[in-house]
Design a protein. Sequence first.
Length: 289
Amino acid sequence: MSTATFLVHPERPDALELALDTAEWLTGRGDVARILEFTAPNRVTEAGRELHLDEVDLAGTTVAVSLGGDGTFLRVVRLAWTVDVPVLGVNFGRLGYLPDLMPDQMREALARVFAGEAVIEARCALEVTVTDRSKGDAATQYLALNEVVLEKIDFGHTVRLATSIDGEDVFTYSADGVIIATPTGSTAYNLSARGPILSPGLRAMVVTPVAPHLSLDRSLVLSDTQHVTVRIAPDRVAALVIDGQDLGRLDPGSTVTCRVPTRPVRVVRNDPHGFGALLRFRLLADREQ
């Protein structure tokens, strides 16, 4: 007996309808299905009961199914990673780079997962530790599948970001911002900032400055054994964005440290084509926007 947990975008009734229909099919097979609907970025409802994401336990789940777009997929990843559950993404978004499954393909994909025949990729993520000077250097942990961005807030001004690798000072960028991206996220903001594209199977991260002023404008590719720390230097604050989620402002003296965790994010892949075909699709899709 296998268990599928469906996590559904709150504004897509078609996604909820598919989850309900598929849950009935799974129950008829003798499997188990759970349906959770997002009501806010950090809250879900299950069987009429509202839960914070910290209260959701996916232990024992065979596969976590994201029904939505990239934002939904990234929230599901953060839940599933803690208990090493693979994530299957069904695209109900406008484009959807991360979920590569169409709604009418979901039953077949679930059958392959339950039969042990699915292709499951191990994707590198980032463990992010944020120490906030305004909160007495209290440390908060996050997970990023795509990218961590520190960027300026004041229009017309740069922000100064002191970067160190493995504890050794490297550069202090005066720039619009700095991106620390995973291979999965290297084709997003990192690529727009002229950073390199990394193959999604690599265990690495790339540090890319955004519009640096009179400093190195090249990216740094780091191995999975290294860690990078960015400190907000005086005298301007910076905005922190992780996987597209705005986490607020950080005062000078605050730090953000990124490292590659031992445990990867496991993603069920439906696309039979290789990295080259996926890359062409993404770049052509961007051009058509």
